[in-house]
Design a binder for this molecule. Structure first.
Ligand code: HEC
Length: 118
């Protein structure tokens, strides 16, 4: 089958469009942390502390920000399952005081990837 010129320009146009979209999206690459791939990260042993230190002052109590409480295992797991929990941290919008460091983010991701151990 011979490609017609309009087909080629369509392909070219679509590629350019995809490229432009990619370029504009903020880079949310996987945070690096040596050894994290072999770690066991649990909610009780790690995640709860990070939430207490960085999140529950706003996402807790009787009127949590945006209606999202992050004080219990179920609350954090559900927030994580929604996709917004990790996204908000990796894109740097949460906590508002500044992005968490790479190792913390990598450990939180490890917790999700290993099935939210309690
Ligand atoms: C200083 C207060 C404060 C802290 C600390 C804070 N947040 Fe938030 N968070 C907010 C507010 C306010 C909003 C609502 C923002 C909006 O609607 O624009 C929000 C929104 C969110 C959302 C919803 C985002 C969305 O797309 O709907 C998530 C998820 C979230 N925060 C997670 C976290 C996590 C995880 C932490 C800790 C790493 C954290 N926040 C720390 C105040 C805070």
């Amino acid at each position: 089958m011979r490609r017609r010129p309009w087909q080629l320009s369509l392909i070219l146009g679509l590629s350019l469009l995809l490229w432009e979209c990619k370029k504009d999206r903020p880079q949310a690459s996987t945070p690096q942390c040596p050894g994290v791939d072999t770690m066991t990260i649990t909610y009780q042993g790690y995640v709860a502390d990070v939430m207490r230190q960085h999140c529950t002052s706003c996402h807790g109590g009787s009127n949590p920000s945006k209606g999202i409480a992050l004080e219990t295992y179920d609350q954090v797991k559900n927030a994580a399952l929604s996709g917004k929990w990790y996204a908000s941290m990796i894109n740097g919008s949460m906590p508002p005081s500044g992005k968490l460091d790479d190792c913390t983010l990598a450990k939180l991701k490890r917790w999700m990837d290993t099935g939210y151990p309690q």
